[in-house]
Design a protein around this ligand. Structure first.
Ligand SMILES: [Zn+2]
Length: 350
């Protein structure tokens, strides 16, 4: 089956279903309904708790897969469909730049269709196929380091749900690096973090607006489920596999409502996943991002590493190690011998 294609019946209404064959149907439906209701409730509570006067309403948010050619003959694919204040829109994936952007339905629907075969040869589709291939480890599946030699590192910072404020030390130190701004950083963001940290989110937007940071918003699920008493095989998003799609799509919708555009990347909470979730992620056109340099665990970055820290205030040891890493590398940054790089540059150009 072609990566990043979903059985949409080649129509604009299709929505693929998560395959959860091993779970009995009644349990599946009950769990799915329960978690969907829970997610919706959390979403509504969050939406009413903050006053965003001009916040656009996003509704009817669905995954689709519609490859097409733009006016320059470049292949793109609409991967989400939704209404923004009742106007139909698509999120369109550029498989060369690895970015999503919003496009009106009129523009998308009047474009020349492309076939799935053409799509499967794009850089993104090939990268997605590589990063979602077997053997499906329980931990740290997906991109852990660059697929080819690169002169730098990929900085990723998780924003799992937390009571503490955003770790601004992390951002001020990163912005102070001797590297031409805006400095690229991938923020792995969860829905529950957003709902509790609107002021921090506004501060991050200010840093983008000031040209200091270039943030790739990476989906880290909506609720980021975790139970310290449960074994990994049943923990994090493996707790409720039927709810996985909603965990992904609700977070994207929340980002769009905050005026932020999601990226085609995903970080599993706890870096825990299995074959079924990886295959669902592939169908949703999202590349999993792991790490080979989780600093708080004592893993040291090397050239091409995806560095993992937590910017939610819950892992100060990781931030301390990052700051000493910056100190050790400062001269290399100054000479331009190393740099923080955008995630897109981790992927090979065949
Ligand atoms: Zn997390």
């Amino acid at each position: 089956m072609t990566a990043c294609s979903v059985p949409t019946h080649n129509s604009l209404t299709g929505e693929d279903e998560l395959s959860v064959a091993e779970t009995p149907v009644f349990i599946r439906v009950a769990m799915s309904l329960f978690f969907r209701t829970l997610l919706l409730t959390l979403f509504i509570i969050g939406a009413s708790a903050v006053s965003l006067p001009a916040a656009p309403r996003i509704s009817d948010y669905q995954a689709v897969f519609i490859p097409f050619y733009n006016e320059d003959g470049v292949v793109l694919a609409a991967v989400r469909r939704y209404k923004r204040d009742d106007h139909p829109h698509f999120l369109v994936l550029d498989p060369h730049q690895f970015v999503l952007s919003e496009m009106t339905a009129e523009r998308t629907l009047t474009s020349r269709p492309a076939d799935a075969e053409t799509w499967s040869h794009t850089l993104f589709s090939r990268a997605l196929a590589r990063q979602t291939s077997p053997p499906y480890p329980l931990q740290n599946d997906g991109l852990r380091e660059a697929e080819h030699p690169v002169p730098g590192f990929f900085l990723t910072a998780d924003l799992c749900p937390a009571k503490k404020s955003l770790d601004r030390t992390f951002f001020t130190a990163t912005m102070a690096l001797p590297q031409k701004p805006p400095i690229p950083v991938a923020l792995m963001i969860s829905g529950l973090w957003i709902q509790k940290h609107e002021a921090d989110l506004a501060w991050l937007k200010d840093q983008i607006g000031a040209g200091k940071l270039s943030i790739t918003w990476v989906n880290h699920s909506f609720t980021h489920p975790y139970d310290p008493a449960v074994p990994l095989e049943k923990n994090f998003l493996l707790m409720n596999k039927p709810g996985f799609r909603d965990e992904v799509l609700f977070l994207e919708r929340l980002l769009l409502e905050r005026g932020l555009v999601p990226s085609p990347f995903f970080r599993f909470p706890g870096l825990v996943s299995d074959r079924q979730l990886i295959e669902s992620l592939r169908n949703l056109c999202l590349i999993p991002v792991g790490s080979n340099a989780w600093l708080a665990k004592g893993e040291a970055p090397r050239s091409g590493s995806v560095i993992l820290v937590h910017a939610n205030g819950n892992e100060p040891a990781g931030i301390r190690r990052l700051l000493s890493f910056y100190d050790r590398q400062r001269e290399a940054f100054r000479r331009g011998a190393t740099a923080l790089l955008p995630l897109r540059e981790a992927f090979s150009i065949p």
